[in-house]
Write a protein that binds this ligand. Structure first.
Ligand code: HEC
Ligand code: HEC
Length: 292
């Protein structure tokens, strides 16, 4: 009897010890992976994960499929530059045959409230995810054929674990809280709602912002944001100041992680406070005029 008791005590101890070791190992390796993760790569991937600026293998056989239907794969398309999904700036970005519906998930909030491990596990999910082999040519919002296309892609078919950790780090540390950069009023509901931006730069320091601009942007965009490399230039009809005042949701990401496919690389170390200062400077229509 005594022997059995002793044996079972050893057995229980062994189980407790083993499972504890396994958990610790899992946690330790997760901490190491998170610490080693590259937030800048995560931010670039959020825009377009197969871009040549990211560390995505440029010889990956899926690149042609990804590029052909890019908006079905870009995180920013379904979750928004602001991470606010269909309740943020993309409140009016309805689906077309070339792009899916915006997700209702608040990714910014999720990045703040979930642990890194929970985010990692969420990104590794395969249930309810869309395979890369899904035929997207039949996606059509008018005929209602949208369910499969609107699904989050199955990232395990596309990413290494290290790349998933990069995304996690971006979500936890790189996504900016846009409410610190401007006030937004959202009216109505997706996909027919609208957004109006005001108070760009909030209580940022315009003098510091102007000096940041002069050091980091003016060489390409000119002193007042109306040129590119010395020639008058607008982007989608907007000057740099105007673009920021209209699309403050997007500009912060481009400044932070770069305009992919162009010589504009990201200011990967920019802080929220520096971004606020820069926005405050760019909010000034006299210094950074609209296109005429
Ligand atoms: C085609 C649209 C689409 C794309 C592209 C997309 N997502 Fe999603 N995502 C969704 C939808 C819809 C949900 C909510 C339902 C779900 O979890 O499947 C979601 C959920 C999530 C979640 C929560 C997961 C969980 O269950 O905890 C995270 C995190 C996330 N997405 C991050 C990303 C990242 C990072 C990318 C880019 C690599 C991305 N998404 C690309 C549509 C998309
Ligand atoms: C090395 C040159 C270079 C530098 C430095 C640079 N940019 Fe750009 N920027 C570009 C080019 C090129 C484009 C793309 C122009 C186009 O598509 O017509 C661009 C695009 C943009 C856009 C439009 C983004 C969009 O979504 O289309 C904004 C806004 C912008 N830059 C702001 C800035 C700010 C602010 C800085 C400084 C923090 C900066 N840029 C630094 C070259 C530069």
């Amino acid at each position: 009897m005594k022997t059995i008791k002793l044996l079972s005590a050893i057995f229980i101890f062994a189980i407790a010890f083993t499972s504890c070791t396994l958990d610790d190992e899992k946690i330790d390796s997760a901490v190491v992976a998170y610490n080693n993760a590259d937030q800048a790569n995560g931010g670039i991937m959020y825009d377009k994960f197969w871009a040549s600026e990211s560390d995505f293998d440029q010889s990956n056989a899926n690149i042609a499929t990804l590029s052909a239907k890019g908006d079905f794969f870009r995180c920013k398309q379904c979750h928004g530059w602001d991470g606010l999904g269909n309740k943020g700036a993309y409140i009016n970005r309805g689906p077309k045959t070339s792009r899916p519906n915006i997700s209702s998930v608040n990714l910014y909030e999720m990045g703040q409230s979930k642990t890194a491990q929970e985010l990692f596990d969420g990104l590794k999910k395969t249930v309810g995810r869309r395979s890369i082999s899904t035929d997207l040519s039949t996606y059509n919002p008018t005929t209602g054929n949208v369910a499969e296309g609107d699904k989050m892609p199955n990232l395990t078919e596309l990413f290494t674990d290290a790349q998933i950790w990069d995304m996690v780090k971006f979500m936890k540390e790189g996504m900016m809280d846009v409410s610190q950069l401007y006030d937004a009023t959202y009216t109505g509901v997706y996909p027919t709602g609208s957004m109006a931006i005001s108070n760009v730069g909030k209580d940022g320091d315009a003098v510091k912002g102007k000096s940041y601009y002069n050091s980091n942007c003016a060489a390409c965009h000119g002193a007042d944001g109306t040129t590119l490399n010395g020639t008058p230039h607008v982007i989608e009809g907007y000057t740099i100041g105007q673009f920021t005042r209209k699309k403050g949701n997007e500009v912060q990401h481009k400044i932070h992680y770069g305009q992919l496919g162009s010589p504009m690389t990201g200011e990967f170390d920019i802080t929220v406070s520096q971004m606020k200062d820069l926005y405050k400077a760019l909010a000034n229509e006299t210094d950074f005029p609209n296109a005429n």
